[in-house]
Design a binder for this molecule. Sequence first.
Ligand code: HEM
Length: 461
Amino acid sequence: MFVIVAFVAGSSYLGGGFFMRCGTHTKVKQGNQANAHGYGNVMGGTQGEEVLFEKRWQRYAAIAAYFCGVCERNMNRDIMATMEATQPTAYTGLKAQKQQKKRKAVAIWLVAGVIMLMIQILLGGATRLTGSGLSITEWKPIHGAVPPLNQAQWQEEFENYKVKASGQYQYENSDFTLSDFKGIYWWEWSHREWARLVGVVFLIGFIYFLARGYLSKDMVAPLVILFILGALQGAIGWIMVQSGLNPDDVRVSHIKLALHFLAALVLLAYTYIFALKLLAAEGQKQSFPALNRLSWILLVLLSVQLCFGAFMAGLRAGPAAPTWPTVNGEWIPGNLSQYGNQQYSGIDRHISNPIGVQYIHRTLAYLIFGFAIARFIVNQKVAGRPEFRLLRRAGRATFLLTCLQVLLGIFTVLSAKNIIPQHFGQYEWLALAHQAVAMCLLLAIVTDLYLLNAKRGVVAV
Ligand code: HEM
């Protein structure tokens, strides 16, 4: 049904209709002849079939007319044309107002998308923290929307898990009952189901706004890229899950987890920048080279830090050194070639050894904190000027979020001593909050950079 409505709306939008002209259009074009439809039976058939065909299409046409808004646009166009000729000043004002209204509507849709993506990433975090990521062993983007509906189907899923995720099952969950399995299954299913919902919200919004003429030509290509990034993200997610479906591993590869996490952040930032472009006018942007440089340094450091954060999460590196300020009593960890029974060499000592990863994650955090202080001081220099209110606020948000993030990281590490297996406790809640603030920090720095990217002249600090 949706596809039909979308098609009819689209076809009406793209030049008067492939199958027909809707009743409402005809009414506008032909005065009182509300029922005189100009559409024909393109499929042929008897007269009876034609009547049936016509009635059915009348119904679809009414729905399409509502969604596509062609009639409304036709009327508006006439009114606007008259206005342009008779009251040019009022016409310009009204046109700008209408344009603004459309941009706002699209921006609200994109902001809703940003919030949904953040929830999606947090659901991913909860899935990982509950050890649920390998519970669904197949990738069915459409059919997977329906969870097991009866005992036999649940049992089948559980057996699939035992065989395909045999490493995790044998080493960590061999005592699992069906009820325990259902517990982890629901987390992974919710993560995937929410992703489907995000896709649907984006798709419906896209078709609706396209049909109503809310999307200017330059908006279409970025939105198509957004869909491609979304599809890619699903594929990366599955590649990540596959890396843990074997007899040897108990969890997915931390490198692939980082890839999945970073790709999600790219999608989030991309959608957010798109919304920002519609919400923040060019007049609100400024050019301060010193602030711009510091913001870029912060963005680069943060990107590396987000990657190491995901390594921390994927390797469960928090519990490996649940102390602060030292790393298990050492200021600089001595032997990174060994952790437990595992040997590490070369770069692996820093990206695969949990202690090495935690040490780098901490060091980067202090570095980011230092640059955030420097940026804050420079930001305060411009704080006095009322016209830079938005930039000032974004700058302060960046600083406060950095402080909060460092504190949350420290408390997360310290709470790792209290982890209780199969229990969502203090460590897990703090880790989730740490993930949420990381996303907010990224968006705050993106906002800083966006607002600092003015096309106008440079203001020296
Ligand atoms: C600017 C500073 C920081 C940023 C941006 C940051 C970012 C992140 C991110 C993105 C994650 C992974 C979240 C996930 O995929 O679930 C993470 C994990 C983690 N971070 Fe940080 N972090 C920062 C500072 C710190 C500090 C100072 C510490 C400790 C001293 C710390 C300890 C941890 C721990 C223990 C985890 C693993 C949590 C888990 O098991 O899920 N972080 N961090």
